[in-house]
Design a protein around this ligand. Structure first.
Ligand code: 5AD
Ligand code: SF4
Length: 480
């Protein structure tokens, strides 16, 4: 075991490649012993950021010789990349972990790993140490780049390995990753969040905001494009404050302009935008861009200025409405989507009606609605006047109904138009159809086969089905 460490380079990413090589030897020997390949299964909870992190885990696992297995119970190495943004995400992890513990009893060689946001909470790790002793490897969000090293440590030690960092300012570039889709990819542009919205646990589990160097981002995208990617999603908790803390500061809008120049790249998406930081410069860039998609996710959280203040969102209802209006005027075909929390402490019926009013005024193309979930350690968790469950449920149902009616009406407006769709999959339910994503992020199903996957095609949106379309492919000659 000490030998393993003595020869390890100290610089990254070389150190991790060294450990991948060590781990590969272990996996190879084990496979020989068993007379078959070793397999892994990565399960992702939560947001797009986690989905991208999971691709990095898969990249390492494949590099060291594991093969993917979709049936979790049959895999030799199972890892959960967890989320803790709401309490029910944690409950799901504990539930599934309990079941996995039973399976491990009859499959003693199975290894179980846990990582992601939930592991950054000390109470969680305590609970795992006490009641889930069968877990093999636990690490957090800040040291995911060390996955290979931690795996090699576990292989060498035969004991539970736990490594959680409180925070980091480190960004390690050029590690392997394995994309879920050959034609599209997430690209991290920044990590962490400095906003401290009072309900949100993200700043505590993802740490302080740090931006990647533009050069590293561009290089990654160029490589992805060379490898067949046509659409990218730039990822950050608050992309509008990208670049502020770099040695040579650059704005998010400037970064977008640089990315736009990459030849072969067709579509650029990004997520998430905080309304308080959305600049006129960004609106200008979106207006003139040929590649930035006609979609903006602009979480409002609440329509009540009073609640927004308690949430520490740092904008008022009026400021948000003005911003939404400005964007729609500049980019008329834009699709606006949002996140809304119902039942934040102290939310009165009047406050809730303000939220309903914003929904009616902005007319979102879609909205994610959440019931407020108390996260220990956040300022809101100790606020008085937590709203009774029955009241929240009633408001949630009313909100959902309104949101769905409006988004169906908005969706209907596009019926009959011809738009470009990037074909993503053969339809799950009907193999004669393929599913494509429009610039505005809505899906369209239309007749076609797997040869269209990864291609941008013109589709006539024949029929609106509420939040998706049925369509038909149109010859590009007819639309030019
Ligand atoms: N309770 C409910 N929803 C939350 N979100 C973040 N924290 C909480 C919480 N404690 C929602 C916000 C955010 C989205 C990703 O999750 O709406 O935009
Ligand atoms: Fe959480 Fe607010 Fe940061 Fe979003 S901006 S991750 S809601 S603290």
């Amino acid at each position: 075991m000490t030998e393993l460490w003595m020869d390890a380079p100290t610089a990254e990413p070389e150190r991790q490649y060294y450990f991948m090589e060590q781990a590969r030897k272990y996996v190879e020997a084990k496979a020989k012993e068993l007379g078959r390949d070793l397999t892994f299964c990565v399960t992702t909870f939560g947001c797009q950021m986690n989905a991208r992190d999971s691709e990095k885990l898969v990249g390492v696992l494949e590099k060291i010789g594991y093969k993917e297995e979709t049936v979790e119970e049959q895999a030799d190495f199972v890892i959960y990349n967890t989320c803790t943004v709401r309490e029910n995400a944690n409950m799901r992890v504990y539930g599934r972990l309990g079941q996995l513990g039973h399976i491990k009893k009859s499959h003693p060689h199975m290894m179980i790993g846990l990582c992601g946001c939930m592991m950054q909470e000390p109470e969680v790790v305590e609970k795992l140490k006490k009641s889930y002793r069968f877990v093999d490897l636990i690490f957090g969000t800040h040291n995911i780049y060390k996955f290979a090293e931690l795996l090699a440590t576990r292989f060498a030690s035969e004991r539970m390995v736990i490594d959680i960092w409180k925070d980091t300012d480190k960004i390690v570039e050029d590690l392997p990753s394995e994309r879920k889709f050959p034609f599209k990819s997430g690209v991290n542009i920044m990590f962490g969040c400095n906003n401290f919205c009072s309900y949100c646990i993200v700043p505590y589990v993802r740490g302080r905001e740090r931006s990647r160097e533009p050069k590293a981002i561009i290089r990654e995208i160029e490589r992805l494009v060379a490898d067949g990617v046509v659409e990218i999603m730039l990822l950050g908790q608050n992309v509008n404050s990208y670049g502020k803390n770099l040695e040579e500061p650059i704005t998010f809008a400037q970064l977008l302009e640089e990315i736009e120049k990459i030849e072969g790249l067709e579509r650029i998406r990004f997520m998430t935008s905080h309304p308080k930081d959305l600049s006129d410069e960004l609106i200008e860039v979106m207006k003139h861009s040929k590649k930035v998609c006609r979609h903006l996710h602009l979480p409002v959280q609440s329509g009540s200025t009073n609640i927004l203040e308690k949430m520490n969102r740092r904008y008022t209802k009026e400021q948000y409405l003005m911003l939404a209006k400005k964007i729609k005027e500049a980019v008329p075909d834009i699709s606006l989507t949002t996140d809304i929390i119902v039942g934040f402490p102290g939310e009165s019926e009047e406050d809730f009606l303000e939220t309903m009013d914003v929904v009616r005024q902005v007319r979102y193309d879609s909205a994610f609605t959440f019931i407020y979930s108390k996260r220990t350690g956040t300022p809101a968790a100790v606020m008085e006047e937590q709203v009774p469950e029955a009241v929240i449920k009633d408001r949630f149902d009313r909100l959902l109904k309104e949101v769905q009616e409006i988004s169906a009406e908005e969706c209907k407006k596009q019926e009959g138009s011809i738009q470009k769709a990037l074909v993503e999959t053969v339809n799950d339910h009907d193999a004669s159809l393929v599913t494509g994503r429009l610039s505005n992020n809505l899906l369209v199903h239309f007749p076609g086969d797997s040869s269209l996957i990864g291609k941008l095609v013109n589709v006539k949106l024949e029929e609106c089905k509420g939040f998706y379309y049925l369509g038909s492919k149109v010859d590009s000659a007819k639309t030019e």
